[in-house]
Design a protein around this ligand. Sequence first.
Ligand code: IPE
Ligand code: IPE
Ligand code: MG
Length: 235
Amino acid sequence: MMFEKKQITSNPQHIAFIMDGNGRWAKRQGKPRTYGHYMGTYKIEDVVRWCSNIGVKYTTFYVFSTENWKRPPEEINFIFNLLVEKIEEFYERMNKENVRLRFIGRLEEVPENAMAKCFEYEEKTKNNEKIQAILALNYGGRSEIVDAVKKMLDQDNRHVDEQTFRNYLYAPDVPDPDLVIRTSGEMRISNFLLWEIAYSEFYFSNLLWPEFSEEELKRAVEIYQGRDRRFGGIK
Ligand code: IPE
Ligand code: IPE
Ligand code: MG
């Protein structure tokens, strides 16, 4: 890649995306909010491809949060129907590019046809190894921690430390995100990956998700590479 500043941190291995601004983008086009969600889904594919091209191994996308149930039922239905309708073609293209699809979140609470698709395509792509695309669906960082605690209690496991706790998270084998990118100019986490982002770097983009670009991704990565990650230590 091209560096204007000195590269002091190597390429990110895992980038997590808070895909925000679909509704505002649609409104600006004089269209209903749902049109933003429709266009936003295509952006996921592009971003996986762009990340794959620069050697990123894991991508996580915040698709639907545990708080998004507060939205009008029509919008919620639209989002889940979109998932059910689009996932097959998404899978066809991603599978050709050796992308492994995974899902994190309380899948047991999403509409049954959507949940079935998630399991189906997770299984079909489980041996793909170029890059992982992890979709966070009915995901909440606090729910993930609570679910982990419940699993530990169910197993009567009292020997808890940070390392063993991690094993109870939704995707324990996935390394923590190196970089979190949020679009739409909002500077908050909105309950995303709370445990995993302890030492992540952040990039807040003013672009709305449907207009996020390869150029903007490269800018974020370049800025990331110029950051000095100290993890609490000193040089
Ligand atoms: C992000 O876009 C997608 C979801 C949360 C499902 P929004 O729908 O939050 O769009 P804005 O933030 O209202 O513009
Ligand atoms: C975060 O966006 C959740 C997703 C991108 C799925 P929101 O639009 O729901 O977040 P808030 O309400 O602005 O914090
Ligand atoms: Mg939003």
